[in-house]
Design a binder for this molecule. Structure first.
Ligand SMILES: C[S@@+](CC[C@H](N)C(=O)[O-])C[C@H]1O[C@@H](n2cnc3c(N)ncnc32)[C@H](O)[C@@H]1O
Length: 183
């Protein structure tokens, strides 16, 4: 009886690593192809016009003053702002990739797959995240929660700008019934 020798050649560690990198690059390219940045950037004008009176420097100064006055040392209170483009990329990735029905924990309806839903920004500063979310997606309601009084007061001005000028510019887009942003 003759026996046949079977030779398998295991890939070298660097080959495994290279394959993994190729797969990651391919996934990233597929994902990027799905993102609709034209739609994100087309609503940036609305966001910019609403938030032009609230530059990041203002939020930083108001936050710093209040923290110094109240001697608040918690590093979580340090101020910074998300950009509209970054928020847009996050929403697009949820809409087109991670929030698709049955993707991960998305369930049958998925996330951000149609109008509605509730958006929360815990630590909302002057309201950039909340207003950005309301501009980018047709939520039922967007809430901002902010513990520093000065920032909260500024966010009410941002809310007023959204309700008086912003909403009107968003009406008319597909399924648009944006009603409320709340801080
Ligand atoms: C990095 S800033 C982000 C501001 C805003 N989300 C944006 O992107 O423009 C974080 C904010 O969270 C606030 N904050 C931190 N901890 C908080 C808490 N437990 N409750 C409410 N606000 C909080 C801070 O005062 C600060 O304004």
């Amino acid at each position: 009886m003759s026996s046949k020798a079977v030779t398998t050649i295991a890939p070298l560690p660097f080959e495994v690593e290279a394959k993994k990198l190729d797969e990651e690059e391919e996934l990233a390219a597929t994902m990027l192809a799905k993102l609709d940045m034209v739609s994100v950037l087309s609503s940036k004008d609305v966001f910019d016009s609403l938030m032009q009176s609230f530059p990041a420097t203002l939020g930083k100064a108001v936050s710093k003053k209040e923290r110094e006055e109240l001697q608040l040392k918690d590093p979580n209170l340090v101020y910074g702002e998300i950009t509209f483009e970054t928020l847009g990329v996050i929403f697009e990735k949820i809409k087109k990739v991670y929030g698709r029905p049955f993707q991960g924990t998305s369930g049958p309806a998925g996330f951000l797959q149609s109008r509605g839903g509730i958006f929360y920004d815990l630590g909302s500063g002057t309201g950039k995240g909340v207003i950005g979310a309301a501009v980018l997606h047709n939520f039922d309601v967007c809430y901002g929660i902010e513990c520093l009084e000065g920032l909260y007061t500024l966010s009410l001005d941002a809310l007023n700008a959204y309700n008086t000028r912003g909403k009107a510019r968003l009406i008319g887009r597909e399924n648009d019934t944006r009603e409320l942003v709340s801080m």
